[in-house]
Design a protein around this ligand. Sequence first.
Ligand SMILES: [Zn+2]
Length: 168
Amino acid sequence: MNFANGNSGMNEVHARAKQLIDQHHVEGLSEQERAWLDAHLRDCGECSTVAESTENALRTLRSNAIPFPSGLASRTQFRVRLRAQQLEERAPRRLAIWAIAGVSWALGIATAPYVWQLFAWAGERLHVPKLAWELGFGLWWLIPALIAGAILLAESPRQKFSEGKQRG
Ligand SMILES: [Zn+2]
């Protein structure tokens, strides 16, 4: 490890300490890292406050009756803080949603002539003004967009999406 004898500015040292504080809760530290962190926390009020508040936040999380294992809770929380990992996890789900939206639009386009004829026929039959059934046709086109929007809004609670069935 080269951070012990690095003197490339204190900001880097504090950033390192904060990273180790998080790491300590997620995957644990090596003896060497632990010793370094302990030594730094003894000297640095700022970082020891961070360590304390992290500890307290996790304790509160664990003591509250959260319906999933506390280990998972802290792990999830730190995952969210690691932006790169977060983006990696979200990317495939996004892709699935856009694929569904795309299929939905494609279906809309494919069925458009029939739907248009159906609306025209129904409009003539029921003596509906042309503007009214044209409006209805427009609404038909809006439906896939609305569904895609609803899926996007419900994206986060529906984690099953990315684990969904795969076609073979
Ligand atoms: Zn510090």
